[in-house]
Each structure stands twice: as structure tokens, then as C-alpha cells.
Design a protein around this ligand. Structure first.
Ligand code: SAM
Length: 209
């Protein structure tokens, strides 16, 4: 899978290639779907939610320039797979907090992370559109569910010079992976990366249930 993602140009950065090699994706999918873990598709993780396709995850993480020591907030823990990749990228000198609104999925993700050696990633149950003020300001924020825009509390909690990535658009279609960089004074410089398709971000500053 990693060789193909490199050949297709999705994976370029050596630290990210190494992270993809180290995190065992089959440990983050339901046991009945293990045989598909290394195919380039999203897979169901229950509760009507999905783990994104490896190529989409590679594109998201390449766009965020993640480095050792950074403090990262993920919104949408799901299986915990993306959080494990974040943990590899920022290392133990960094911090990864991942928020999940569905308690059952938070438990699934937390247990997958613990079993694979990433138990130091903090999984928090709650509405990630409101962010996690105790850990702010964040160097990086990743939203892994489609949002009407960049939620204002998350913009507030992003460091100046920090980056936030999100699939922005409607859950019926027309979503684009966008990355916003916060400038001095609080303005965002937004770059469009790629069309994408994510489940909805449900919360106070997302979509209604
Ligand atoms: N990053 C996950 C992984 O590696 O498996 C996949 C995330 S899945 C595409 C999107 C997740 O976002 C779902 O688990 C969903 O329950 C969660 N979600 C949706 N709205 C949320 C919110 N407001 N706060 C936290 N999590 C939310």
C-alpha cells in the first residue's frame, strides 16, 4: 500500500512514509474487514461512520506539514488510525488530542490506540466544533468530517502561524479539502487542495443532527 501511495504521488514526505509503514491499519478496522485494510477504500467502522481511504489520509497529512513536538487537535477520532499517524509524526515530545462525539466510537478508537502502543494519545468525548480550550493554542487542527466552514472556536484556538485542515462543503457533495493558515491579526489564508467525500461534522458549529 505504501509503495503504491508513493508511486501515485500521495505520499512524499519521508517522516509520513515512515509513519504509514509503522501504524498497522488492520488493527483499526473491524475484524470482519481486516482483509481489506490495505486497499485504497474507506471502510465502515460502525455507527454509520468510516475510516477514510489511505490516499485521502495521505493527502490530508501531506497538506499540514506535521513535525516533531507539535500540539495537534483532531476532530473525529473514529477508529483512531489517523490519530496514530499523528502520534508518529509529532512524537512523544508533542501532544495529540482527538475528539469524538459518539462515545461508542471513542471507546473503539481509544482501545485500538492503546493496543497498538499509542495509549498516550488523549481521546476526548465531546463536540469537536467547540474545540478543546485546555490544550489551546494548537499548532495544527484536523477536522475529519465535512464542515460548513472553519468553526470559529477552532480558528480562535489555532496558533498564529498554525494550520487547520478540513473537508469543507455539504454532506450531499461538493466538498473540498482546504487548509487555512492563521495570520498575524487572526485572518486566514485558505488554500484548496482536492475534492473529497466525508461524513458530516455534527455539532454546534457544524451540521445539525
Ligand atoms: N479520523 C477517523 C479515523 O482515523 O478513523 C475517521 C473519522 S470519520 C471520517 C469522522 C468522525 O467524526 C466520525 O467518527 C464522527 O462520529 C466524528 N464526528 C462528527 N462530528 C463530530 C464532532 N462535532 N465532534 C467530534 N467528532 C465528530
Amino acid at each position: 500500500m505504501v509503495e503504491e501511495l508513493v508511486r501515485w504521488g500521495y505520499l512524499r514526505t519521508p517522516s509520513l512514509i515512515e509513519a504509514f509503514r509503522r501504524v498497522p491499519r488492520e488493527e483499526f478496522v473491524p475484524s470482519s474487514l481486516r482483509k481489506y485494510a490495505y486497499e485504497d477504500h474507506p471502510l465502515s467502522i460502525g455507527y454509520g461512520q468510516t475510516i477514510s481511504a489511505p490516499s485521502m489520509i495521505a493527502l490530508m497529512l501531506e497538506s499540514l506539514d506535521l513535525r516533531k513536538g507539535q500540539k495537534v487537535l483532531e476532530v473525529g477520532t473514529g477508529s483512531g488510525y489517523n490519530a496514530a499517524l499523528l502520534a508518529e509524526l509529532v512524537g512523544r515530545e508533542g501532544r495529540v488530542v482527538s475528539m469524538e462525539r459518539l462515545p461508542g466510537l471513542a471507546s473503539f478508537g481509544r482501545e485500538n490506540l492503546r493496543r497498538t502502543g499509542y495509549g498516550w494519545v488523549e481521546v476526548v468525548v465531546g463536540d469537536g466544533t467547540c474545540g478543546y480550550p485546555p490544550g489551546a493554542p494548537w499548532d495544527r487542527i484536523l477536522i475529519t468530517a465535512c464542515s460548513p466552514g472553519f468553526p470559529p472556536p477552532l480558528v480562535e484556538q489555532l496558533k498564529v502561524g498554525g494550520r487547520m485542515g478540513a473537508p469543507v462543503g455539504h454532506f450531499y457533495g461538493g466538498q473540498v479539502w482546504k487548509v487555512a493558515e492563521k495570520k498575524e491579526g487572526g485572518d486566514l489564508r485558505v488554500e484548496n487542495y482536492s475534492p473529497c467525500s466525508f461524513v458530516p461534522l455534527v455539532g454546534k458549529y457544524g451540521w445539525k443532527e
